[in-house]
Ligand binder design. Sequence first.
Ligand code: MN
Length: 131
Amino acid sequence: MAEQLILIVEDNEMNMKLLRDVLSHRGYATLEAATGEQGVALARERRPALILMDIQLPDISGIEAFERLAADPTTRDIPVVAVTASAMQEERAQIEAVGFAGYQPKPIRLKEFMAFIEQLLASPTAGGESA
Ligand code: MN
C-alpha cells in the first residue's frame, strides 16, 4: 500500500518537526511548506491526501491559502485541517465558515490529533490520488 502524502504548511520549525516526526512515525509521507504561497503551489503540484494548515503564516494567512485551494479545481477536494494556537472565537468561526475539514489546537495533543487525522483519511470524502 502506498504511503499517503500529507502536506504540512507551518512556519514554526518546532511545530513542523513535531508534525513531521509524528506523521512519519505513523507511516505517512510528508511534504513541507513554510509559507502560504509555497503551500498552495505544492498542493497543486503534488495533490496530497490531506493538508495541515497553520493560520498565522508570514505571507498570506492560512485562511487565504485555504480559499485559493478551494477555488482551484485541482485542489478543491483535498481536505484541509486548520492547526492553530489561536483559540480566538472570531478566528474559529472564520475557520468553520470557509469550509476547512476540521480544526486542531496547538499545542498539539498527539493522541487526539492522530485519531482525528486517521479518521479523516479513512473517510470516503478524503482526497488524494489512489494510484
Ligand atoms: Mn505560524
